[in-house]
Design a protein around this ligand. Structure first.
Ligand code: MG
Length: 635
């Protein structure tokens, strides 16, 4: 039976922790890496008992290295080593030993020699009831491609010897996956899956540091598994991910992400098969289809005291009107066209707890779905439980799940003017116009170690797609961004991470105490008129150095009066394929968040060309803040 599996090497912590995490995430099959046994304080048979208690089958012991093609006397020693692994497998209750192609300098690459070694080993294994799997490492001395490994396995011709397929080595070597479909199913010992980002790097470094779960990288995992499925293979499909960030994260979260990514992969695979009139493989229970995302319904700020006063003054400066007051809580609703902002000043409950940990911040986002009930069902099925918070009298029950740093993602019905409005007493008309039309995008800053996890959450759990990663310079390090977007692009969220302790992203994480919403981008039809009015209304914008505008006039044939106007107002500019983009950033609010106001003229990007300018200006603003504070303290 086809089943999902995970290698212990994917997770950090002790072997006990890893097994428990795998079982908890729903895995029934695991691969054990010998290192994990070496560091385990008990006996291998205790591992066997532990696995049995957790309902886990140990599908393989990994790896036996540098085995085939060795000259004597190394060859004899290799067989002794293998026998010791067989003893271990007996105790463990593992049925297969995986061998990866030799990297030894003196190894022979002769197919006949390697085949003879594997045949002899398989015969010894057969006497003890074991199977042998042989895998091509992309950096093997002679055997690098799966086709070479297969040639040796075929030549050895033993019933208990099969090939181990690993998408990592196959894609790292740019091997064609289609011919996999012609392999005899009973000669495939094990199928491993690993994705990786499409970056240029030698295969070994890429493997050791950048392997990731399916859907977190750029490789075509569906095509790979389609070819595997076409053989009729009916064994374990196992995650084998070496990744420093994964080992540093809690094992439970990694196992959960692994299962999420496999379930989404299985779903994609079955969709492809159904479209071709083939039966679904149904490796896991069918998931509720992702609900259609149709925009942001509201953003909720947790705030208090004078911070709230400043925040609300800024909202007013940006053209928002306070339209509603909550019937039973210290919560106000600000609105402008389609943009709803909720300011929660409660001294109790979820928002307040969030405020105590993170300060003034976005504590919740409500997303519009065509079918919020199904969106919630899918989230639950993928290990994102429904948030059950304290709901006060007269409050609408809005289903929610936990998002980044335990902020909430509310799920509301698109189109219906919404039940949650009934929580508010409206001060005047509920419909207010203004210069800002809609939420263009939101940016999430996350810890580097959590980046892939949130990517899987947004994609597999909520049904977003992603765009290729962008890498930029921050004056104090590096800045990376990957945009996730709804199919209709009504919601787009760049997820940003950084390297370097003083980057804007790092300062945010430090001030905020974790990841969160750093940027709220709002669109307007006339940014110039908007900024003039907002500046007059006291809104502070980020100071952009004059050099930027000199550079702009050198790069583009823009009207000098227009550039001067942009300089005076602090507006930034980008151009792409004939489209134009004008945008501006508000000053950072307590090192936590800022608004971006933008005007798109046939332009669909995010002005990444100006991100280094923004990051540098924010760094200056921060440094100036430090200097101002030092002055105050010395005076
Ligand atoms: Mg492998």
């Amino acid at each position: 039976m086809l089943r999902w599996s995970i290698a212990t090497v994917c997770m950090g912590g002790t072997l006990e922790t890893k097994l428990a995490a795998a079982a908890r995430a729903g895995f029934r099959t695991i691969e054990i890496f010998e290192n994990d046994l070496t560091f385990f304080s008990g006996k291998p048979r205790e591992v066997r008992a532990m696995a049995e208690d957790l309902g886990l089958e140990i599908v393989a012991l990994q790896p036996l290295r540098d085995f085939e093609g060795a000259p004597e006397p190394m060859r004899a020693r290799n067989f002794d080593r293998a026998e010791r692994k067989f003893d271990l497998m007996d105790e463990l209750g593992a049925s297969m030993l995986c061998i990866c192609s030799s990297v030894a300098e003196d190894a022979s690459g002769e197919v006949d020699v390697c085949a003879r070694d594997l045949a002899d080993l398989s015969d010894r294994a057969a006497r003890r009831g074991f199977r042998i799997g042989y895998e091509a490492l992309a950096w093997g001395r002679h055997v690098k491609d799966w086709t070479q490994a297969w040639q040796i396995v075929e030549r050895a011709d033993r019933g208990n010897l099969g090939i181990v397929l690993d998408s990592f080595h196959i894609y790292a070597r740019k091997n064609d996956v289609a011919p996999i479909a012609r392999l005899p199913a009973d000669r495939i010992a094990l199928v491993q899956v690993a994705d990786a980002p499409g970056i240029l790097m030698d295969a070994m470094s890429l493997s050791r540091h950048h392997r990731c779960f399916p859907g977190q990288g750029d490789w075509d995992m569906t095509a790979y598994l389609e070819a595997v499925a076409a053989t009729g293979y009916a064994g374990a499909i196992s995650l084998e991910i070496f990744n420093d960030q994964f080992r540093g994260a809690p094992a439970n979260a990694i196992a959960r992400d692994g299962m999420r990514s496999l379930q989404a992969l299985g779903e994609a695979l079955d969709q492809t098969r159904l479209a071709r009139g083939e039966a679904p493989l149904a490796i896991s229970r069918a998931l509720p289809k992702p609900a259609k995302i149709a925009g942001v319904e509201f953003i909720e700020f947790a705030s208090s005291g004078t911070q709230s006063t400043r925040l609300e003054a800024e909202l007013a400066g940006l053209g928002f009107t306070r339209v509603g007051r909550h019937k039973s809580k210290d919560v106000d609703l600000y609105r402008q066209n389609d943009v709803n902002i909720v300011v929660n000043r409660e001294q109790d409950g979820f928002a307040h707890s969030f405020y105590l940990v993170h300060g003034p911040s976005v504590c919740a986002i409500a997303l519009r779905f065509d079918d919020p009930a199904r969106a919630l069902e899918r989230a639950n099925a993928l290990g994102a439980p429904t948030y059950h918070g304290r709901i006060g009298p007269g409050e609408a029950l809005i289903p929610a799940v936990a998002g980044v740093e335990n902020s909430l993602i509310y799920m509301v019905k698109a189109g219906a003017h919404n039940a949650w409005n009934k929580d508010f007493d409206f001060i005047g008309s509920p419909d207010v116009s203004g210069p800002l039309e809609r939420i263009d995008h939101l940016s999430n800053v996350v810890r580097r170690s959590e980046f892939l996890s949130w990517l899987t959450f947004y994609k597999a759990v909520l049904g977003f797609s992603d765009e290729p990663q962008v890498e930029l310079a921050d004056p104090y390090g590096a800045f990376y961004s990957r945009v996730i977007s709804a199919a209709d692009r009504s919601v787009r969220i760049p997820i940003n991470i950084a390297d370097g302790g003083s980057t804007t992203v790092s300062r945010f994480i430090e001030a905020f105490g974790g990841g969160g919403v750093q940027q709220i981008a709002l669109s307007t039809k006339d940014i110039f008129a908007f900024v003039e009015r907002a500046r007059a209304g006291g809104v502070r914008f980020l100071d952009i150095p004059d050099n930027y505008y000199e550079d702009l006039s050198a790069r583009y044939d823009l009207d000098t009066a227009l550039i001067e106007k942009m300089r005076v107002l602090g507006i930034l500019y980008d151009r792409h394929k004939g489209g134009e983009f004008f945008h501006i950033y508000t000053a950072m609010f307590d090192q936590r968040f800022f608004f971006e106001i933008l005007e798109r003229r046939n332009y669909d990007l995010f002005g990444a060309a100006n991100t280094p300018v923004r990051l540098a200006a924010q760094a200056n603003e921060f440094d100036q803040g430090l200097r101002d504070r030092a002055m105050l303290e010395t005076e």
